[in-house]
Each structure stands twice: as structure tokens, then as C-alpha cells.
Design a binder for this molecule. Structure first.
Ligand code: HEC
Length: 258
């Protein structure tokens, strides 16, 4: 065991073909190749993780995209048959839509309890304006929603003298829904108001720009929305009911015989 015996491990000790020692020093020969940029393929494991993520994301999108329709959350949307079920959609409950419209537009004054605030915002709970009273009827209620109300009014024996904004910017079915809601919430139990009825009052008062006063409304003959009204479900642009022309022609027929 001598120190000058050539070692198999150390190339610097091996003689080359000429018998001379190699000129490249041993530490350099032991070096790994210089790293180069972008020449290595992406590791298989990483690639499969990406595919799994894309796959899961695809499933999530397919389940939650609502068919990629922009109007899935629209309150007007009633005819969409859901996740490919094929059956007719259940009609939107006007009370649910009405509650949302109430929360968005009315709560600031009339409060979620419908009790308003003494001396400032009149209550809707058990209010004769909402459920009907001595002289107040459905046409007055729809009228004040469409055009507003101002000046001194009496609600449940108390006087309020303030101003209620107009809501004619809401659609017929939205006004119908919010009225149906306030007429059936908090123990109120009056008949629903239909979108057709709101439309008829809107058409009759189309030229009006001022809010009503109690005096004006009192002078307006009471009118009922009718017992036969369909619940105020917002319908997709349904044409006016054929009931009106039928009634009109029936009236015309009966007139000569009378
Ligand atoms: C800015 C506050 C305000 C908002 C918002 C408001 N109201 Fe009113 N409302 C009033 C006031 C004030 C009166 C009484 C007006 C008067 O004194 O002449 C009133 C009166 C009424 C009345 C008749 C009186 C009664 O108490 O029954 C009804 C019905 C009514 N509002 C419903 C609504 C509905 C439905 C909405 C939402 C679409 C709404 N209001 C939003 C302030 C408001």
C-alpha cells in the first residue's frame, strides 16, 4: 500500500494515452454541467397536478355557472327550467320578490317591521291605506306607489305630514309584488295585487307628475283590484288578459236587451 499507486477513483492520478497527467484539474472534472435555461421538460408530477386542477375547475364551472346565462339572478326570470330538468319552472313567489323590493326601497322609512316611525314615517301594519278602509281602496294604494303622496294624511288615527317618493320607475310586476308583500306580511291579510291591475292604474294616471294629496285621493271613487285577480307573480311580458275585452263585449251584448 504505497501512496504513489495510481488510484482508480481519482482521474487526476490516471495517466492519459501519452502517459502524461491530464491537464484539466480534478475539481473541474468533478463539476456538474452548467445549468441551462428552459431546456428541461416540466416534471410529470407538476403537469398532472395542473391537469387535476383544471379538471376540478371545469367541474365547478359546469355545476355553478348557471348555464352561463347573464340573467340567472334576475327577478324577471321565471321561465328558465333550471339545471336541464326540462320541467316548467315553479313560478316565482311574489312575496319573495316583494320582500326583496321592499328591503331595497321601502325599509329606510317604513322599517322592516312595517311599523314606520311615530310622527315621521307612517306604519304599513294594519294601515287602512294598505289593507283598505273607509274610503281607501286598491286604486288609491297603487296610485300612491306610482306617483307618491304628500301633505297631511291620517293613518290609524294619527296624522302624518311628510312626503313619500314616487315609485313609477319600478315595473308593474315589481309594484304588484311589493304591494302583495305588504298586504300579506305582519299579520296584514288583504288580497294580492296583480301586475295587470298596476298597469291599468298606470295607464289611467299616465299624465300625472305630482304626488297625490289625501284630499285628491278621497275625491277619487274607490275601486277594487277585483277578487278574480291572479296572484301578482311577475310574468314574462305576458299580453294583457283577454278578460277585459270579453267583459266589454258581454256588456255590449247585454246592453240592447236591457
Ligand atoms: C323616503 C321615505 C319613504 C320611502 C323610501 C317609502 N315611503 Fe311610503 N310613505 C312615506 C311617507 C312620509 C308617507 C306619508 C306621506 C304623507 O305624509 O303624506 C308614506 C306613505 C305610504 C303609504 C300610505 C300610508 C300608510 O302608512 O299606509 C304606503 C302604503 C306606503 N307609503 C308604502 C311604501 C312602499 C311600498 C314603499 C317602497 C316601495 C315606500 N312606501 C317607500 C315615506 C316613504
Amino acid at each position: 500500500m504505497t501512496s504513489n499507486t495510481p488510484s482508480n477513483e481519482d482521474p487526476s492520478n490516471l495517466p492519459n494515452q501519452t502517459g502524461n497527467k491530464p491537464t484539466i484539474p480534478a475539481p473541474v472534472l468533478r463539476e456538474n454541467p452548467e445549468p441551462t435555461n428552459a431546456s428541461e421538460p416540466i416534471p410529470l408530477a407538476l403537469t398532472s397536478i395542473f391537469f387535476v386542477i383544471i379538471f376540478i375547475a371545469g367541474i365547478y364551472l359546469a355545476l355553478n355557472s348557471g348555464g352561463f346565462r347573464s340573467d340567472v339572478f334576475s327577478p324577471d326570470l321565471v321561465s328558465w327550467s333550471g339545471a336541464g330538468a326540462g320541467g316548467p319552472a315553479a313560478p316565482v313567489d311574489p312575496k319573495v320578490v316583494g320582500k326583496r323590493i321592499f328591503t331595497q326601497n321601502c325599509i329606510a322609512c317604513h322599517q322592516s317591521t312595517g311599523l314606520g316611525m311615530a310622527g315621521q314615517w307612517p306604519p304599513l301594519v294594519a294601515s287602512e291605506w294598505v289593507v283598505g278602509g273607509d274610503w281607501v281602496a286598491d286604486n288609491h294604494l297603487v296610485g300612491i306607489l306610482l306617483h307618491g303622496l304628500q301633505g297631511a294624511i291620517q293613518v290609524k288615527g294619527a296624522t302624518y305630514n311628510n312626503a313619500m317618493p314616487q315609485w313609477k320607475q319600478l315595473k308593474d310586476d315589481q309594484i304588484a309584488a311589493v304591494l302583495t308583500y305588504i298586504r300579506s306580511e305582519w299579520g296584514n291579510a288583504a288580497a294580492p295585487i296583480s301586475a295587470e291591475y298596476v298597469k291599468s292604474i298606470r295607464d289611467k294616471t299616465i299624465d300625472r307628475t305630482e304626488p297625490w294629496s289625501q284630499k285628491e285621493l278621497k275625491a277619487m271613487p274607490a275601486e277594487s283590484a277585483g277578487a278574480s285577480v291572479t296572484p301578482a307573480a311577475p310574468a314574462p311580458a305576458a299580453p294583457a288578459t283577454p278578460a277585459a275585452p270579453a267583459a266589454a263585449s258581454a256588456g255590449a251584448k247585454s246592453t240592447p236587451s236591457a
